[in-house]
Write a protein that binds this ligand. Sequence first.
Ligand code: FAD
Ligand code: SF4
Length: 510
Amino acid sequence: AKTLRLILGDQLNSKHSWYKQVDNDVIYIMLEVMQEQQYVKHHIQKILAFFAAMRNFAHQLTQKGHEVIYIKLNDKANQQDFAQNIKHIITKGKIKRFEYQLPDEYRLDEQLKQLCNELDIETATANTEHFLTERFDVRDFFGDKKGYRMENFYRHMRQKLHILMQGDEPLDNRWNFDADNRKKYDGKVLLQDALVFDHDVAELKQMIDEMQVPYFGNIDEKRLEWPLSREEALKALKYFCESLLLHFGTYEDAMLQSHTSLFHSRMSFIMNVKMLSPAEVVGTVLRYYEKHKTEIALAQVEGYVRQIIGWREFMRGVYWAQMPGYEQKNFFEHQTHIPHWFWDANTKMNCLSKCIGQSLDHAWAHHIQRLMVIGNFGLLAGIHPDDMDAWYLGVYIDAIQWVEITNTRGMSQFADGGIIASKPYVASAAYINKMSDYCKNCHYDYKKKHGDRACPYNSLYWNFFDRNANKLQKNPRIGMAYVTLNKMKPDEREKIMQQAEVYLNDMNNL
Ligand code: FAD
Ligand code: SF4
């Protein structure tokens, strides 16, 4: 009796127990479908990287002796939807059992549950064997608390996994090195180039074009820079340990016009499609640190480990605790549409032009660019979280809803009213100027709140607090902003609010 096992595009985990032995009664199926190209418009590099990595994965399984059905987007028999394709194969191949690994997206989880209800053969699910926590661990950890705080969960994870611990206490008696980290780049250490690959994906791109897949973003189709196999992913991890970890924490929040990734690891795509597991990434980093303790400070390693065993697992847990429903949250009731320059980077605001431009060129930006430049602007300008989500979910190579929506709608847009963040991540130009070199050659003046060439972030910042006083004023973590706002001279305050109105009414031309 034949079993059909589905492998989704973000389930490229070659270490999964499914593949431990070759079983002649098992057929694997992988599908390129229009369904996945249509729920949002994706960056062309994202589409190509997913398809190319899937094709590699299928090829490697076949080479190991597994039987794999791989349906390409342009195959004649492709029904362009998971359920229809699977039903067709089950009938044609006299399949007696259907199995799938639990999807990370609510949308696919529902679709596959529905499919199983409709099938009249045995069905079963398997764990993806990727994450360090189960779907509902975060929900159970916080119980009915209104806000979930990452720091509490992170400390629990450190203890549970016994990472950077000395008995029950954190190594060096500190859980958090944020105060030592997060400096502006000061030119004191040499920057390293990001490790990029150069895959020729011209043929694949041609198929995408022939099939009229909607997409946006830029690409050099002879040199797709993303790792597409486990071997390449391991190279990227090694490169991070040897060349970037040393300064990861220190410059984690720094932004630079001349260097897009500084000391970031660019491991998000690799992990999100499961080419490497978080345990493997963190384990490798910790082993490297053990061997190089005299050179690498604990703060760098703690900063990195926190992102993966803390933030990444936490966001996934919030997603499952809050879905469905989270995708409709809009705490501030924002309604404005995203300005057109999100799609072409054509704005006079240098920070946004650079961060969006980089996102369009590389399908990637680092955390502070996503949070404090692009997301910050969206929140201050009152853009609808649906528009923000659609842009973020489309543009980034690592964007899959469980980790995109929690970061965008939750952390960055505060549309959940404070489930993830205890206060909105907003800042005026002073912060952007402090952490980057964008302001020095900007059309706008970061010091000015109103008047000719005043930086839009400044007036929009005060407008944000002013218009949301009823929602935010009582928050003890925000009180200071209101103290400052209320101390402003009335005519100064009036000028700032007028300036904000001018900008809000002309957002496409900023
Ligand atoms: P590094 O800085 O090297 O960090 C290492 C790893 O930690 C990352 O690879 C990632 O797996 C994990 N990590 C770090 N921060 C977070 C976080 N906040 N949430 C979850 N994991 C984290 N990350 C995605 O993977 N997919 C997304 O769609 C996504 N959308 C985002 C949207 C917004 C508005 C913001 C503010 C952040 C978003 N992030 C997203 C989180 C983070 O910005 C990226 O994971 C990171 O920039 C990827 O680059 P890196 O691998 O070099 O990260
Ligand atoms: Fe951005 Fe304002 Fe600085 Fe220009 S002046 S780079 S718009 S923060």
